[in-house]
Design a protein around this ligand. Structure first.
Ligand code: BGC
Length: 266
């Protein structure tokens, strides 16, 4: 494939395209997404046409996505506030339809915010774009400890009643498909408590696979069970497995057995 840099050097890419690369609108209604750090990994994942969106925990793509894959920007946390206004306006004008809120603000090692601070930041940095995009809440962990997970999200939603949020986001790491379904069912019910029709699961995996698939057969069996179930849940609107990367859904730059399970039609 001709690289973007070569096209640019050859003068084939206009400067305006660099500022706001136009994304081709997604044509599939699939809920499935690609959570990536390295944008080159998305192409093998989207090859079967089932993956319709992608995010990278950031406000900009860092390269180009395959056509029909919608980029969804995220404001990760306070570390990304500088430059956010320029970043988000550029990406929204290029075709993104949603904004994701902070990443695991209920964890000290991630965005690390109190629900009320997060609500103030959300109002300041994300709510102003409610006319241009749909707004998704910060993504919380699946911890059931006091004040974190869904309970953090409930406190946040009480403080953020004027934030124009249209959907909730959660993460899940655990041991079994049944445990996953039970957590997601609880999160769907939390979303409906706030009259929100969208629930996004922007990270999920068996805990054993958090650093890459520990055992591909186990990962594949888990995905074969949960993907059709997620697609059958009306309350779940988007999800992305953790993650679109080598040793997770890819091996040697191609879909492995788990990647094939993740991209199979349901
Ligand atoms: C981090 C992101 C990172 C991603 C994938 C997340 O837990 O918050 O910054 O890009 O993991 O490694």
């Amino acid at each position: 494939m001709v690289s973007f840099t070569n096209l640019f050097t050859a003068g084939l890419v206009a400067t305006s395209a660099l500022a706001a690369p136009t994304q081709i609108k997604r044509t599939t209604s699939s809920k499935r997404g690609a959570a990536y750090n390295d944008i080159s990994t998305v192409s093998p994942l989207s090859s079967t046409g089932v993956v319709s969106w992608a995010y990278n925990w950031a406000g900009t793509l860092s390269g180009s996505l395959p056509s029909n894959v919608e980029f969804i920007p995220m404001l990760w946390g306070t570390r990304d506030f500088g430059g956010w206004l320029t970043t988000i306006e550029t990406v929204l004008s290029s075709g993104s339809n949603y904004i994701l809120g902070f990443n695991e603000p209920d964890m000290a090692s991630q965005a690390n915010m109190s629900p009320s601070d997060a609500a103030n930041y959300y109002l300041q940095y994300i709510t102003p774009y409610s006319g241009k995009a749909k707004l998704i809440s910060p993504a919380v962990t699946s911890s059931t400890d006091a004040g974190v997970g869904l309970s953090w999200l409930e406190s946040f939603m009480s403080s953020c009643a004027d934030c124009s949020i249209t959907g909730l986001a959660v993460h899940w790491y655990g041991s079994t498909a049944d445990e996953f379904k039970s957590f997601v069912t609880q999160a769907i019910s939390t979303a409906s408590d706030y009259n929100l029709s969208e629930l996004w699961i922007t990270e999920f995996a068996l805990s054993a696979d958090a650093n890459g698939s520990a055992d591909l057969a186990t990962t594949t069996a888990f995905l074969n069970e949960v993907i059709p179930w997620l697609d059958s849940q009306a309350g779940v609107t988007r999800y992305s497995y953790f993650m679109c990367a080598e040793n997770y859904l890819l091996s040697n730059d191609a879909l492995n057995e788990a990647g094939e399970a993740y991209t199979a039609s349901t």
